[in-house]
Design a protein around this ligand. Sequence first.
Ligand SMILES: NC(=O)c1ccc[n+]([C@@H]2O[C@H](COP(=O)([O-])OP(=O)(O)OC[C@H]3O[C@@H](n4cnc5c(N)ncnc54)[C@H](O)[C@@H]3O)[C@@H](O)[C@H]2O)c1
Length: 334
Amino acid sequence: MKLRSILITGGAGFIGTNFLRYILGREKEILVLVVDNLSTGRLENLAPFINSPNVRFFYADLTRDEKLLEFLFQRYLPEVVVHFAAEAHVDESIFNPLIASANFLMTNLLLEKARQYKVSKFIQVSTDEVYGPIFEGFADESHPLNPSSPYSASKAGCDLLCLAYFKTYGVPAIITRSTNNYGPYLDVRRLISRHITNALLDFPLPLWDGGGQARDWLFVEDHCSALHLLIEKGEPGEIYNISAGNLLTNFEVAETILRLIPESKSRIIFRGSRPAHDIRYALDSSKIKQLGWEPKVSFEEGLRLTVEWFRENYDWWRVIKEKVEKELYSKLGR
Ligand SMILES: NC(=O)c1ccc[n+]([C@@H]2O[C@H](COP(=O)([O-])OP(=O)(O)OC[C@H]3O[C@@H](n4cnc5c(N)ncnc54)[C@H](O)[C@@H]3O)[C@@H](O)[C@H]2O)c1
């Protein structure tokens, strides 16, 4: 399918901005509409496209700017919606749980427009966290929902709403549940980017709960290729897990980062306990692999590329690093 137009919500954020670059590199005649309220997203992520005839940026709050959405759908009739926009920080949701409702509201509003304007695919970018902790084995798409934090509960709610829109109105919604992503443009509040930037500044690398929590890390470009494939081949009403099989503890990740930044004087330090800190997430992604998707970037290689990106983009992260660290210390004491 040759894509003519696509709406990317949250396109100024981490995964959205990577997906924007990915899709522009592969669909030459596409028109990409980006909607973002720049809450965690960064305008500078979109700066290279400011004069691009292929990209239009709309500053809007998806929880309430219905008029803007109406204008956008009426004027451009996007064929496909890829919905990244969310209050996507677990810690933020623990300290301000009311943000969970924002995720539901914006998904609801977008689904309404998708229904009204008959989009051909609606991709709901969800997370493995909706399954809650997977103590052993691997969760496939039929695993029960058991979210632990307000963030993951809100994502589970959004997923169910998408399925309801599919069943009730035939909106061709597809739900993707990926594991933790890392790569360029990763917000410095996240584990990997926080540790890389701390190591580059010789700050300590703090770990919660002994650092024994296991996550399956996915290089963001591999996530983008999975989403692209699902736009073409995904079955409406279906859920697809996306993971690369890089199951590592947070301690192992911190150690690898220190190995990749040998000049750093940083050390790993242990902090107390974080609420709703799931011990392990692990997915079975054979369903999407049957469609032909495979991750291409190994963890070592992806992490090396990410460290390189942070080394080369000092100005991008340095401006917000101090503010973020102060916030984290005041909220979490870490
Ligand atoms: N980062 C991960 O490891 C990961 C893993 C699985 C799934 N996801 C999902 O992927 C999506 C993107 O996550 P991310 O890590 O890029 O987060 P992010 O915070 O970098 O991006 C979210 C974007 O949404 C925008 N946004 C938030 N509220 C909005 C609103 N009301 N109106 C308009 N825009 C709004 C933000 O400004 C930001 O640009 C989320 O839905 C998240 O649940 C992320």
